[in-house]
Design a protein around this ligand. Structure first.
Ligand SMILES: C[S@@+](CC[C@H](N)C(=O)[O-])C[C@H]1O[C@@H](n2cnc3c(N)ncnc32)[C@H](O)[C@@H]1O
Length: 430
């Protein structure tokens, strides 16, 4: 099928007609082992999927890169199978989580540091007297809207103590724990993706929630330390913009693997706004938000888009919604700029693996997978393989349709097909 869909530079068919490859489903896989589960993050990779791509397309000792590393799933998997890894993400939450997730602290050292630190959290040792951290006024205004007074006061005290920790690794470890309890210890409606307040929520106390989070993280840290005992691998994480990748990545990489941000789906800054306010100590998040690819507030670049499919999509959308069409155009521009940067750091013969789903906006199919394939092919890459994988979901039980053999939803037998996404494998020419 692939041969007929691809002819050197242009795609002659889209990827929807491919058969689902169930070997990439990883249904029921444990995705929470070791440090994978230390902090929530939207649209995480399934670790087993990242691992399989790494194993099949790189060798031990080589360098893999995830240029949109999010919570660092691929970076951790790389280390676990003897590869080095570089991660890049603009989101400060991603930066801290990825670093802490992939670089375990010596368990004895960690125990000593935690024993000393945790004493300060007890009222007997004067936690109530700790000077609450002073955030900028604008930041405080937002936090007050989201966090009850008592919890906010304790958070400010706790943050003062964390910021004072001298050991950088331990300070980052505590910052990740602190970041992950923001949603628990506020009115944040946990099940909502968009920031929503639930004033009926019984907001738990900060200190015990924090201690429980740290204890879990210590356990996972120690397990990872043992798993990596004899490993000589490293992970480097950059909090920076993938669109300028080659200006700060000096290494050459053998495999690039990522799942990109999507247009108009998550506003990552909104999803993590409480954490970002603390980590960046700012109240006005607009300038941060604008830098995120896929954000509705991202600025157009006016570069020539090298994908006929992308141009068709933009034209079709323009007839339905000008603003949306501009956002999609900006998104494709930003992705193309990122791809050019990735190309500069990838070794000849190296592979780019992209995990990406297609969507529909205002009735127009947004064929991200086809667009990305065309953009890389325009740079001389060979599309070696496309996998169509089912996305197993707890919410949509699925069965095979007895007539077509396709996966369909039990709830809505005749309408919903099994949700799926694509994995593109593109090879750079020698
Ligand atoms: C789908 S998520 C990646 C999730 C990741 N695979 C994981 O397992 O957690 C996409 C990521 O792209 C990041 N991102 C968006 N715009 C960016 C940019 N200009 N430079 C770097 N990262 C960016 C977002 O912060 C987000 O973490």
């Amino acid at each position: 099928m692939l041969e007929s869909a691809v002819n050197s530079k242009h795609l002659t068919a889209d990827f929807e007609s491919l058969d689902l490859d169930m070997s990439w489903a990883f249904e029921g896989a444990d995705t929470r082992y070791l440090t994978h589960d230390i902090h929530r993050y939207p649209a995480k990779f399934i670790p087993q999927l990242a691992r399989r791509i790494i194993l099949e397309h790189s060798k031990e000792g080589q360098v893999i890169m995830d240029p949109f590393c999010g919570s660092g799933t691929a970076l951790l998997e790389a280390r676990l199978v003897g590869r080095n890894a570089i991660g890049v993400d603009l989101n400060p939450v991603a930066y801290y989580v990825s670093k802490v997730k992939t670089n375990p602290i010596n368990p004895e050292k960690l125990k000593d540091m935690w024993d000393e630190f945790s004493q300060k959290l007890s009222p007997l040792f004067g936690f109530d007297k700790v000077e609450p951290y002073e955030l900028p006024k604008e930041a405080m205004e937002i936090l007050k809207e989201w966090i009850p007074e008592r919890q906010l006061l304790d958070m400010r005290r706790l943050f003062s103590l964390i910021i004072d920790v001298e050991d950088e690794e331990f300070r980052n470890f505590l910052l990740v724990a602190f970041s992950n309890i923001q949603k628990n210890c506020s009115w944040w409606l946990m099940k909502s993706v968009k920031p929503t307040r639930d004033f009926k929520k019984k907001v738990p106390d900060v200190v015990p929630t924090f201690i429980a989070q740290v204890k879990k993280m210590i356990e996972r840290n120690n397990q990872l330390w043992n798993s990596l005992k004899d490993s000589k691998t490293w992970v480097k994480v950059f909090m920076d913009d993938t669109r300028r990748l080659s200006s700060f990545i000096k290494e050459r990489v053998n495999l690039i693997l990522f799942s990109p941000p999507y247009v108009t789906s998550y506003e990552y800054v909104d999803v993590h706004k409480l954490s970002i306010i603390w980590l960046e100590q700012v109240g006005d998040l607009r300038h941060i938000k604008r830098k995120f690819i896929g954000s509705m507030s991202s600025k157009p670049k006016n570069v020539k888009i090298k994908s006929t499919t992308a141009i068709e999509i933009i034209k079709k959308l323009e007839k339905k919604d000008k603003r949306l069409s501009k956002a999609v155009r900006t998104y494709f521009e930003d992705m193309q700029i990122s791809f050019k940067e990735m190309d500069k750091v990838l070794e000849p013969n190296g592979v780019v693996a992209i995990v990406i789903g297609n969507t529909k906006l205002k009735g127009v199919e947004i064929k991200n997978a086809e667009v990305f394939a065309e953009m890389f092919m325009d740079m001389g890459y060979k599309l070696e393989n496309v996998i169509k994988r089912p996305i197993p979901s707890k919410n949509i039980p699925t069965v095979r349709d007895p007539k077509t053999g396709k996966f369909t939803s039990v709830k809505n037998h005749h309408v919903k097909v099994y949700p799926h996404e694509f994995i593109l494998f593109l090879r750079k020419e020698e």
